[in-house]
Ligand binder design. Structure first.
Ligand SMILES: [Zn+2]
Length: 133
C-alpha cells in the first residue's frame, strides 16, 4: 500500500471522524449511494457508516482529496419507484434545463452551462445549421 493510501486506511476511525478507506479498499458490504441505487436500493435512513478517500485533481477537490460516503448494504431498503407526481416534476425540471432564457424555446438539448443560453442565441443560426452542400 502506498504512503498516500496508508494515510487513508483508517478502518477504526482512529484519525478520521468515521472509518476511512482508500479507493478500492472498502469492505464489499459498504456501498455508495450510487452503488446502492444500481442494486435498486437506498440508504433507508441510516447514517453514513464509512468513507472512501482518494487523491484527485478533478472538480477542484479541496486539498486535492475527494470523499465518497458509504452505507451498509445490510441496512439498505428497496428503492421506492417514483410517483407520477415525482416523474412530472422531473420532466418539468428537465424541460427547464433545455429551455433557453433568451429565445424561450426548448432547444432540444440541455443548455451548455458555460453559455446558459441555446447555441443559436450564443453563436447565431449559421453555427448550428447542419453542413450545407
Ligand atoms: Zn435561445
Amino acid at each position: 500500500m502506498s504512503r498516500i493510501r496508508a494515510a487513508f486506511y483508517d478502518p477504526t476511525a482512529a484519525r478520521h471522524d468515521i472509518p476511512t478507506y482508500p479507493w478500492r479498499f472498502a469492505p464489499t458490504d459498504l456501498l455508495t449511494r450510487r452503488q446502492l441505487a444500481e442494486r435498486g436500493l437506498r440508504p433507508g435512513g441510516q447514517q453514513v457508516v464509512a468513507q472512501v478517500m482518494w487523491r484527485s485533481r478533478r472538480y477542484n477537490a479541496p486539498g486535492g482529496i475527494r470523499v465518497a460516503f458509504l452505507y451498509d448494504v445490510r441496512f439498505a431498503l428497496p428503492k421506492r419507484p417514483a410517483t407520477p407526481r415525482q416523474l412530472a416534476a422531473l420532466a418539468k425540471a428537465n424541460a427547464a434545463r433545455r429551455t433557453c432564457p433568451d429565445c424561450r424555446k426548448d432547444a432540444g438539448y440541455v443548455l451548455p452551462r458555460h453559455l446558459g443560453i441555446c447555441l443559436i442565441c450564443a453563436y447565431g443560426p449559421e453555427a448550428v445549421e447542419p453542413m450545407a452542400a
